[in-house]
Design a protein around this ligand. Structure first.
Ligand SMILES: C[S@@+](CC[C@H](N)C(=O)[O-])C[C@H]1O[C@@H](n2cnc3c(N)ncnc32)[C@H](O)[C@@H]1O
Length: 221
C-alpha cells in the first residue's frame, strides 16, 4: 500500500475526528505502522503498545497464556488486546471496557477488533463497570486516559477496593500511569499505600518511557 510505504518518509494522517473524551482522534501511518493518537498523546499501536507490552513481559508471557479471564479497562484501538491475542496467543476470555463507542467503531474498522472471537467489548464507564460486575479476573489492565489526563477515580479508595475484590487469588493488576511532575509522583506514592503488604506485592517501573510509570500489583494469596 502506497500510504504505508510513503509513511517511512513522513507521517500520513488518514482519518481525524473530534471527540468529547479524547478531544481529537487521529489515525496516522508512521514508519509503516498505523497508530491512533488523541490530541496530545499516543493512544494505541505506538509508544503505548510498547509500554504495556513491557508490562506484560515483566509478568511473563508464559504466565499470561494459561489465564482464563483478563479485564482491559480503556480499549481505544485495542493494541494491548492485539499483543495478548496475536503475540502471546492468549485464548481465554478478554473483557474490554471502553466509555467511547466512536473509538470502538474506529478500532473495528481499522484494527479489526470485532474479528477477535474471545473478546467482549462493554461500552461503559470503567468506574461503573467495576461496581456492577462480579466476574473475577486473573489479570486487570488499567489504561484509562482522557487525552493525556488520568481521571481522578482511578486513584480513589472505592475503585482500588473494587479492583482488588475482582482479582482472583494470585491475580495481577497492571496499571499504566502518566508521570509528568512531582505531584504525579506523590499521587503514585500515595496510591501504592492502598495495598496491604501482607496480601499484595507492589512494584513500580518508571524507566518504561519518559512520561509513564507502570505499577504492577500481585495478589500473593
Ligand atoms: C490510552 S487509551 C487505551 C489504549 C488501549 N489500552 C490500547 O492498548 O490500545 C485510553 C482509553 O481510555 C478511555 N477512557 C477514558 N475514560 C474512560 C472511562 N471512564 N471508562 C472507560 N474508558 C475510558 C478512552 O476513551 C481511551 O479509549
Amino acid at each position: 500500500m502506497l500510504q504505508k510505504l510513503l509513511s517511512y518518509l513522513f507521517p500520513i494522517t488518514i482519518f481525524e475526528q473530534k471527540s468529547t473524551i479524547s478531544k481529537n482522534l487521529e489515525l496516522t501511518w508512521t514508519n509503516g505502522k498505523l497508530v491512533l493518537d488523541s490530541l496530545n498523546t499516543n493512544y494505541s499501536y505506538g509508544n503505548l503498545q510498547r509500554i504495556l507490552r513491557k508490562g506484560l513481559k515483566i509478568i511473563g508471557f508464559e504466565k499470561i497464556k494459561p489465564m482464563n479471564n483478563i479485564l482491559v479497562l480503556g480499549v481505544a484501538g485495542g493494541s494491548v488486546i492485539r499483543t495478548l491475542v496475536d503475540e502471546i496467543k492468549y485464548q481465554g476470555q478478554i473483557t474490554g471496557v471502553e466509555i467511547d463507542q466512536s473509538i470502538i467503531d474506529i478500532a473495528n474498522s481499522y484494527f479489526k477488533l470485532d474479528t477477535i472471537s474471545n473478546l467482549e467489548i462493554v461500552i461503559d464507564d470503567a468506574s461503573n463497570y467495576v461496581l456492577k460486575t462480579n466476574i473475577k479476573f486473573d489479570l486487570i489492565i488499567i489504561d484509562v486516559f482522557e487525552d493525556a489526563k488520568m481521571p481522578d477515580f482511578l486513584f480513589e479508595f472505592f475503585f482500588v477496593n473494587r479492583i482488588c475484590f475482582l482479582l482472583k487469588p494470585k491475580g495481577r493488576i497492571l496499571f499504566n500511569t502518566m508521570l509528568l511532575n512531582n505531584s504525579d509522583r506523590q499521587r503514585n506514592l500515595q496510591y501504592v499505600t492502598h495495598f496491604n503488604p501482607k496480601k499484595y506485592t507492589v512494584s513500580t517501573f518508571n524507566k518504561i518511557d519518559k512520561t509513564n510509570e507502570l505499577i504492577l500489583i500481585e495478589r500473593t494469596t
